[in-house]
Design a protein. Structure first.
Length: 182
């Protein structure tokens, strides 16, 4: 059986000078600098439209050619930047899952206390006030489980997807095209 490969998605960015690719407020050397916010958003927004396991080819069109070959600098800058973004996203995901586990333990403890309290109230008497209090304890206990359920059902997977996209961008095949931008 033939193994199918993911297609390589091409993203093209057009700039006038090489400096437009980088954040002008960042004093670090080019290969360790942040990308310009507009360039970053452009690359990310295009990448997010493709499946999370996509491979990318990024072509940077530079109208005014710099004195030296910009390819090694651009490759390092893009790879380093998105590798760093992937690392930050991984840390955020790890922190979120730790928060989820902690919230789950707290929620389960609170739910258990509420259910035990509701059970104790139902064995004491059958008056209306105690029934309302019992139902309030049950509802309150389940509401305490809201945050862990939100984390484990909905919040973690968009972060994991974003991290995979960043990792794929950090391994993108980068090309530089010099000359007049069409």
């Amino acid at each position: 059986m033939k193994k199918s490969h993911q297609p390589i998605h091409q993203i093209e960015l057009r700039i006038v000078t090489l400096a437009e690719l980088f954040n002008s407020m960042d004093p670090t050397p080019f290969q360790h600098r942040d990308l310009d916010r507009d360039a970053e958003e452009f690359l990310e927004s295009w990448a997010m439209e493709f499946p999370q396991h996509s491979s990318f080819r990024i072509i940077i069109h530079i109208e005014q050619a710099p004195p030296e070959d910009p390819l090694p600098l651009v490759i390092d800058a893009i790879h380093n930047y998105f590798d760093y973004k992937a690392l930050l996203t991984q840390r955020t995901l790890r922190t979120l899952l730790l928060e989820g586990r902690t919230s789950l333990l707290i929620g389960l403890g609170f739910l258990s206390m509420c259910l035990l309290g509701a059970d104790a109230l139902s064995s004491i008497s059958d008056n209306t006030f105690l029934r309302v209090l019992k139902e309030g304890l049950i509802i309150g206990g389940w509401v305490a489980m809201w945050r862990p359920m939100q984390i484990f059902l909905y919040e973690w997977w968009p972060l994991a997807r974003r991290g995979r996209i960043y990792r794929n961008l950090s391994h993108a095949n980068v090309h530089v095209a010099l000359g007049k931008v069409s």
